[in-house]
Design a protein around this ligand. Structure first.
Ligand code: ZN
Length: 68
């Protein structure tokens, strides 16, 4: 019989600060035109941006994932 290991972790969770981005961060104004820097969710439509990950884009609203 082996020893049972307690795998309880208490107080080890680190809270990540969520940085709210300004809407202007998603756009880049070039002269008279505005360029979108972020991809928008095809499901939620304009206004809902995809969060960029290393190899994929994920919608924060409907969690639609688009692999790169
Ligand atoms: Zn979406």
């Amino acid at each position: 019989m082996g020893k049972k290991k307690k795998s309880e972790r208490k107080g080890k969770k680190q809270h990540k600060k969520t940085v709210r981005k300004k809407k202007s961060d998603y756009y880049e104004i070039k002269g008279n035109s505005v360029e979108r820097k972020k991809q928008q969710c095809p499901k939620c439509g304009p206004g809902v941006f995809m969060a960029e990950h290393k190899d994929r884009l994920v919608c924060g609203k409907c969690s639609y994932t688009k692999w790169k």
